[in-house]
Design a binder for this molecule. Structure first.
Ligand SMILES: [Zn+2]
Length: 239
């Protein structure tokens, strides 16, 4: 293989490693994102429960106030009963007293129901808070893991970029720009071997004439199909 192609192959190996690390870096936060989604969902569920609790408590206070006022009214009406002169007035007041009593009984029932519901929702809130605490701990842990992983990948990439800069200097500028152009178009694989007349990049056959020339190794050849840089490799060679 020609030395300039050998250098390009070296550059390509570094670039492929950098590309793999970039992919790893992109994928790294996926688990954290999933956890954060679950965390947001749990927080929302907790908020819904808290809102439900406060509206239950509000309603309970409202009914308790009503009950208190109506109890006062009931006492007054009962007191007034002793001072009534006519039978008609007496019966009307009795009816009113009955109605207040009936309504107050309903209020007492509603307060009891609200209390039961408040107890239930309070327990649900406690359980939800525990679940949220667990997720919060997981998020915190995953953030630490991600930070470490990111640092590790970045360190590796920095080292590779340093190596890359050295190798890149050895490549002739016009060859380098061709390489860079193809690298971005061909997912990193630019320098490929030809085995038994087949291009390792696109799997197409190289014309026999070109293959014979390629074996001479007198200049850099490119695949007529995919334009990658090619070099001949005997079937018994590895790599
Ligand atoms: Zn090809």
């Amino acid at each position: 293989m020609r030395p300039e192609l050998q250098t390009l192959l070296e550059l390509q190996e570094i670039d492929l490693k950098i590309l793999a690390l970039k992919k790893e870096l992109d994928k790294a936060p996926l688990h954290l994102n999933t956890l954060k989604e679950a965390q947001a969902k749990k927080e929302e569920e907790l908020n819904v429960l808290k809102e439900r609790l406060s509206s239950l408590q509000e309603r309970k206070f409202e009914v308790e106030d009503e009950l208190q006022m109506e109890t006062e009214r009931l006492k007054k009406s009962q007191k007034k009963l002793t001072t009534i002169k006519t039978e008609r007035e007496y019966h009307a007041l009795l009816k009113e007293i009955d109605e207040i009593k009936k309504a107050n009984k309903e209020r007492e029932d509603e307060i009891l129901e609200a209390e039961e519901e408040i107890e239930k929702v309070t327990a649900e809130i406690e359980a939800k808070k525990k679940e949220l605490d667990e997720i919060n701990a997981q998020v915190k842990n995953e953030e630490k893991v991600l930070a470490e992983k990111t640092k590790e990948i970045t360190t590796q990439m920095d080292a590779l970029n340093e190596d890359r800069a050295k190798v890149e200097k050895e490549v002739q500028p016009s060859l380098l720009s061709k390489y860079m152009f193809l690298r971005d178009k061909r997912a990193g694989f630019v320098v490929v071997s030809v085995v038994q007349g087949v291009c390792g990049g696109c799997n197409m056959n190289i014309p026999p004439q070109l293959f014979n020339e390629l074996l001479r190794d007198d200049r850099i050849y490119t695949c007529p199909t995919c334009q990658r840089f090619i070099y001949a490799k005997r079937p018994d060679e590895t790599g």
